[in-house]
Design a protein around this ligand. Structure first.
Ligand code: PLP
Length: 392
């Protein structure tokens, strides 16, 4: 057992020489905006996920935003969003002038509690955004059934879902669209960046146009057209949410070791799972055989006793003290994510209290992510394990 103190970050970007060289190559090529490298990345993404169409954009937030814009979300519409997720999932609904309707989560998976879904549907509901949080697939079959029964669309927030499969099918390919993130805390990164997947060719064409100011053709198509000196038409009022070719090169090259990255993350999670199996106070990530977790994060629930409205304050204090202790030992941790309904904008606008979504509240107060990233050394991991076990 390693007792020497060391610094272990919550996550560390780990790029190899080929990945870094691909960026330099693109810089040398003179074509920096969305072009051949983005297209190559999109093709590899489709091959990897099995999606019919992949559309690279500037972030998962852009992916979600464009998806909802393409599906026509606007004022008077309601969209169902889990109460425990990154704020972006709700913000894009707000930013299109629609109403966010929160649904509580299941505390063992941190994902949408599908049993509560139907109660949230009104005549204004247009769609559902299930989130595959931390790399564990949401109960997508149940979500799709509720959506089909009520004529709603489904946009999967698969920001954390690189490599997550449900019954062998990659997340992001069940709903109308799937939205992925390449932020550095995700399993592959382009600095900032995102990808939309869809099976619908008409929706794909609309999304491609919307990311490029609503233009009838991409800049590359325009450049290669017979009369590139004439400007293209813009049949839609779109946005600029194009990924650069610098990012495209970085993403495309990382795809060549996608399987290796996922295997390494699963191995790290396995080592943690075994080490922490006998700690009654630490709920480790849920394992479901048909639902392949890809461990974007190793999100746990600290529960020194049963979490109730009477005990939650104390458990939260203990969790924070434990986070301080780990930080002092050089180990970075984070609350797994936040309960969006508790953030001041949503709390005030919708007049909601923390207790309205008790499981999201509990996750907000008692969750904790431990360091897990590909490129993490055995020495770093055994140091984290040592410090966690020493708490007992
Ligand atoms: C669940 C979820 N949705 C959306 C996002 C937004 O991703 P991006 O930073 O690429 O916009 C994140 C990022 O952390 C996320 O975790």
């Amino acid at each position: 057992m390693n007792k020497l103190p060391m610094n272990v970050p919550i996550s560390r970007t780990c790029l190899n020489e080929a990945e870094m060289e691909s960026v330099l190559e693109t810089l040398r090529s003179g074509w920096l905006v969305q072009g051949p490298k983005v297209e190559e990345f999109e093709q590899k993404w489709s091959a990897f996920t099995g999606a019919a169409h992949s559309i690279a954009v500037t972030s998962a937030t852009s992916a979600l935003h464009l998806s909802l814009a393409a599906l026509g979300v606007g004022p008077n519409d309601e969209v169902i969003v889990p109460a425990f997720t990154w704020v972006a999932t709700a913000n894009i609904v707000e930013n299109l002038g629609a109403k966010v309707v929160f649904c509580d989560i299941d505390l063992t998976s941190f994902n949408l509690d599908v049993d509560q879904l139907e109660d949230k549907i009104t005549s204004h509901t247009r769609g559902i955004i299930p989130v595959h949080l931390f790399g564990l697939g949401a109960e997508i079959d149940a979500v799709m059934q509720v959506a089909a029964k009520n004529n709603l669309w489904v946009v999967e927030d698969a920001a954390c879902g690189f490599g997550t499969k449900i019954n062998g099918q990659h997340v992001g390919t069940f709903g109308h669209t799937g939205c992925f993130s390449f932020h550095p805390r995700k399993s592959i990164t382009t600095g900032e960046g995102g990808m939309i997947t869809t099976e619908d060719p008409a929706l794909a064409a609309k999304l491609r146009s919307l990311r490029n100011h609503g233009a009838a053709m991409s800049q590359q198509q325009h450049k290669l057209s017979p009369r590139p000196y004439l400007l293209a038409d813009h049949p839609l009022a779109g946005y600029n949410q194009r990924m650069t070719d610098i990012q495209g090169a970085l993403g495309s090259t990382q795809m060549d070791r996608a399987a290796e990255i996922i295997t390494e993350r699963k191995h790290l999670a396995d080592v943690y799972n075994k080490a922490f199996a006998k700690l009654p106070w630490l709920q480790t990530p849920l394992q479901i055989p048909a639902n392949e977790h890809s461990y974007q994060s190793y999100a746990c629930l600290y529960q020194s006793k049963l979490i109730t409205s009477a005990s939650i304050k104390n458990i939260n204090k203990e969790r924070n003290a434990w986070m301080d202790e780990l930080q002092n030992a050089g180990i970075s941790t984070r609350p797994a994510t936040h309960a969006v309904h508790m953030l001041s904008f949503y709390r005030k606008k919708y007049r909601i209290s923390a207790e309205d979504f008790p499981n999201a509240f509990a996750a907000n107060e008692c969750s904790l992510s431990l360091p897990l990233f590909h490129g993490m050394t055995d020495q770093e991991q055994s140091y984290v394990i040592d410090c966690v076990l020493r708490k007992e």
